[in-house]
Write a protein that binds this ligand. Sequence first.
Ligand code: FEO
Length: 395
Amino acid sequence: MTVELTPGVYWVGVVDWNLRDFHGYQTEAGSTYNAYLIIDEKITLIDTVKKEFVPEMMGRVAAIVPPEKIDYIVSNHVEMDHSGGLPETVARVKPEKIFCSPHGKAGLSRHYKQDWPFVEVKTGDELSLGKRTLTFLETPMLHWPDSMMTYLKEDQILFSSDAFGAHLASSERFDDTFPNFPCEYDHQLKKYYANILMPFGALILQLFDKIAKMGLTLKIVAPDHGLIYRNPDWAFSFYRKWAAFTAEPKALVIYDTMWHSTEMLAEAFIQGLTDAGVEAQLHHLRLTHISDIVTEVLDAGLLLFGSPTLNNGLFPTVGQFLTYLKGLKPRNKAAAAFGSFGWSGQAVGLITQELQAMKLNVVHEGFQVKYIPDPGELAAARKLGEELAKKHLVK
Ligand code: FEO
């Protein structure tokens, strides 16, 4: 069955039902790689799919037009979930031109080392396909230097590359046909934003300004993953909130533990946070995947990190999580460390250093106990949790 966005504009992507890991991001709901075909005097393919799915994409194209009739390819993004299928596609189609950003040309050349007929395009450049016109919009670092979007003027469709995407496999292609939308989809939209786009909030806000300045009216937003939006304002409102790092009255206790002492403290902190009446979540780093924890970090206002000291350092999962989180550049969060130690006790100090390096608002010097916390220490942890929540979350 062909999927038409508007007359003559088709989805020709694929559904990756079995994807469970996307470079370390746990994709429990699979994904899609969306590619689009525009039928006009110049038949144009927008993006491709992962290499192994090219035959499936070609089958969808062939149901509409013989693939050899494609004139132009637009490559919005170099990452291989969208360009991996280019070598095979170019070899078969022999396109007259491949349109991409200047960084796109450099990136595709480094990836595939082919002398393809590239045409570099910049923001505001237009391309006539016959009856229709494409306008290009560079979006560098959303989320690679090469990233760009393509706007189909007459149909008011924005092909938005990774932005507004979500990793979710479904037989449905549109927001308004997805069963019980946004049930589950809003979580996947948030998870995608947190794990891929969190560092780029300022650029997202600039993107909205750029779209407004260019006077682009958007009837449909067609990302490269997940559903196609016929009501794009829904996703835009979430992006505006997340890009501004709006913090909710919500605290996370993120920890690992050796012999349950740090865990006893973590549970005491949760009790204190709950006493303060805020939303509180407990995440054991070997039980909740890091990509799910950063999804919750996105809109949390207070983060408490717990680690035992192991071999004079951090427990490895805590170090791994802090490294991942640091790269995502979280903002507008209060944070503090806690933990149990036996003799040297460096973990709390090391976490605190990392929180400072992330420019989070470190609101306590660190809470630590020797070996197993006693009832007084547990009560103190509970009280501290309540105080921190009241001071930093409850307005
Ligand atoms: Fe979906 Fe940045 O690739």
